[in-house]
Design a protein around this ligand. Structure first.
Ligand code: G3D
Ligand code: MG
Length: 181
């Protein structure tokens, strides 16, 4: 299949926030199908059609999504993981405050290795509303401070899974085409 762009994007956040689940839901449509626990780095591919109304054209983008597991333990792979990434999904779990408190560390890592790339803040496990400890307003104000989009997602029922990847990809297309001018 031919495509206009090949973009590498990364999914970061604490262990068990749901990075692999989010990525699998997006690339395969499945939740909790058996898959290997992510060790080191792993990537999935998905082809996306991005329409740009302003230019009335559609771009085909091959998205290479890098998902990491136990990255804290495998610090030697970290630079490899970040290298060449053009966008990032930074995830915390709405049922786990520690994962929210660790966000500055993840954004710091992105900035250190990738500079100022398009990023989206994601609060995962939206379906576990009864276990929520991080308010929507907290996620929203964290995102507002950084001037980035914010979504609460559920890999279980699919809520906003497509939207996050699509919006990130759209932003990368805009940035890349601005550079090409
Ligand atoms: P990680 O890749 O960030 O380490 P995983 O996280 O995708 O492996 O998910 C960690 C656990 O959270 C898994 O549960 C997974 O099923 C669960 N999970 C991920 N996303 C969601 C979600 O949107 N809703 C719900 N309810 N659970 C989610 P297990 O029990 O397999 O460890
Ligand atoms: Mg994982």
């Amino acid at each position: 299949m031919t495509f206009d762009y090949l973009f590498k994007v990364i999914v970061v956040g604490d262990g068990a926030v749901g990075k692999t689940s989010l990525t699998r839901k997006f690339t395969t449509g499945q939740f909790r199908e058996s898959y290997k626990m992510t060790i080191g780095v792993d990537f999935s591919i998905k082809i996306l059609k991005i329409s740009q109304e302003s230019k009335s054209k559609i771009s085909t983008v091959k998205l290479q999504i890098w998902d990491t597991g136990g990255q804290e333990r495998f610090s030697y792979v970290r630079p490899l993981y970040y290298r060449g990434a053009l966008g990032a999904l930074c995830c915390y779990d709405i049922t786990n405050r520690k994962s929210f408190q660790n966000l500055p560390k993840w954004f710091g890592d992105i900035e250190k290795h990738c500079g100022n790339i398009p990023s989206i803040l994601i609060g995962t496990k939206k379906d576990l509303e009864e276990l929520r400890v991080v308010g929507v307003d907290e996620g929203q104000s964290f995102a507002d401070e950084r001037g980035i989009p914010f979504f609460e997602t559920s890999a279980k029922d699919g809520l906003h899974v497509e939207d996050t990847f699509t919006q990130l990809t759209e932003q990368i297309v805009i940035d890349v085409e601005a550079l090409e001018l």
